[in-house]
Design a protein around this ligand. Structure first.
Ligand SMILES: *Cc1c(COP(=O)(O)O)cnc(C)c1O
Length: 471
């Protein structure tokens, strides 16, 4: 593609994107294709010769688009959102245009320094502890793995990095029964076993019982295990439960454990002063992660990882082969030493575009709107009488089920709710998902898509009641 052709196709593609967004609501939110349908529609061999851009774009329209689940549809209420926004799309376009590999300061000083700055902006806006340092990781899964490796190295005085594991099997990692599956994966990657995880019981609000954590740690100590690492969840994926960060932090301090706070989704709301209480006690923790790529209108991937122990973070990951040595000195950040992979994308750019384009107050206003819509929807469910709210609704996720009158077994109610979920998603008008809470098949509705408005939530409630009628 020559430069003038790029210009022409580029304008065409921007038009395509604008048209996509203006007509996005005509697409089924959840893709309705069958398994292998897309795969079988793509030629067996890669093209030997150059193909025209118009041809490629046409095939995208005809063959790919129907296999897309439209996460940017305002009626996407599934999982947690993976939002983007126009400023983010444009920032990402520039990142790909510049195509810089931002592994060290020298390979793009602006990428390193803008990353440092946006991390500080968010730190201030969320009122995180002043002496903490931030870095952008790809995902919360990776950030939690970094925290766990830091804990391992700090405890072993960097001997695992040097000599490998000896007493590894004695280390114990703690999280609640509701914590995210990435923790178990991270534990296995970090050289521990899943047997070394203690899943601590939760209360009737699905938050970790801190006394149970304390008791378990004491029991493990008495049996000569080495309690190492605790993950608190602020906003569990199942129900948005908020673990008591402060009480857990005190227990960790008492026993000398590393405390990591996983607020992948809910942490976005920490820029709202009225929700900052969720992170009370963070100053007693060692690290913290949340994902602007979930709620904060910044397209995947963009996960902010903060720690109060930059030295341990860097010492855990630092490797300096001759070909990466530079003369840039101590006052710059070489982010290859702040995480796992060497190569890094210029992720700060899209976040900078978003923060400047909306302004903090603009983002806050949208978050407040989402939270208020969630409260309205929760009230509608309660008023209807056929639904039961199954978990507290602190933010923008509501967990509920349809509860038929009379004596109905748990299995039957579960089946009905599973059927309800699928029938809603089959209409293509909205997309919701589920979890299990106390054995109950729980429908989850997360109201946080960038462009969601009251009418979409009203439509969802209408759809829900229609589908209940024909169950
Ligand atoms: C979504 C989520 C994760 C995983 O986030 P990734 O960025 O996809 O790794 C971890 N923890 C919680 C609480 C989450 O909601």
């Amino acid at each position: 593609m020559e430069i003038e052709e790029f210009r022409k196709n580029g304008y065409k593609l921007i038009d395509w994107i604008a048209d996509y967004y203006s007509g996005i609501e005509k697409f089924p939110v959840k893709s309705q294709v069958n398994p292998r349908e897309i795969y079988n529609s793509i030629p067996v061999e890669a093209p030997a010769d150059s193909e025209d851009f118009d041809e490629i774009l046409k095939d995208f329209d005809d063959k790919i688009l129907k296999g897309i689940t439209h996460w940017q549809q305002p009626s996407f209420f599934a999982y947690f959102n993976a939002n983007t926004s126009f400023p983010s799309i444009l920032g990402e376009l520039l990142t790909s245009a510049i195509g810089a590999q931002c592994m060290i300061w020298d390979t793009s000083p602006a990428a390193a320094e803008l990353e440092e700055k946006v991390c500080e902006w968010i730190k201030k806006a969320s009122n995180l502890p002043g002496d903490w340092h931030g870095v952008i990781q790809d995902t919360a899964s990776t950030a939690t793995l970094c925290a766990l490796l830091m804990a391992r190295e700090r405890h072993s005085n960097f001997m695992v990095n040097k000599s490998g594991f000896e007493a590894g099997a004695r280390y114990i990692i703690y999280c609640s029964t509701e914590a995210h599956s990435s923790i178990e994966k991270d534990v296995k990657i970090a050289g521990f076993g899943s047997d070394q995880i203690r899943k601590i019981a939760v209360d009737d609000q699905f938050a970790m019982i801190s006394q149970a954590l304390d008791q378990q740690i004491q029991k493990d100590l008495a049996e000569d295990f080495i309690p190492l690492f605790v993950v608190s969840a602020v906003g569990t994926t199942g129900s948005h439960a908020i673990d008591p960060v402060s009480a857990i932090g005190e227990i960790c301090r008492k026993h000398g454990l590393f405390h990591h706070v996983d607020a992948a989704h809910a942490g976005n709301a920490a820029i709202l002063p009225e929700f900052r209480w969720m992170l009370d006690g963070l100053e007693l923790a060692d690290s913290y992660v949340f994902n602007p790529h979930k709620w904060m209108f910044t397209n995947f991937d963009c996960s902010l990882f903060y720690t109060n122990d930059k030295e341990t973070l860097i010492k855990t990951f630092e490797i300096l082969p001759e070909y990466l040595k530079t003369d840039s000195g101590k006052e710059v950040n070489n982010y290859r030493d702040w995480g796992i992979q060497l190569g890094r994308r210029f992720r700060a750019l899209k976040l900078w575009f978003v923060l400047r384009s909306y302004g903090l107050e603009g983002i806050r206003a949208k978050f407040r709107e989402h939270i208020s819509l969630t409260q309205q929807f929760t009230q509608q469910l309660k008023d209807d009488g056929r639904f039961e709210i199954l978990a507290p609704v602190p933010l923008n996720l509501v967990c509920f089920w349809f509860k038929p009158v009379g004596e109905v077994s748990l299995e039957n109610v579960n089946e009905l709710n599973e059927k309800l979920e699928h029938s809603i998603n089959k209409t293509g008008k909205a997309y919701i998902t589920h979890t299990k809470l106390n054995g109950k098949y729980t429908l989850r509705v997360c109201i946080g898509q960038t462009n969601v408005e009251k009418k979409h939530v009203d439509d969802l409630f209408k759809l829900l009641t229609e589908q209940v009628e024909i169950l």
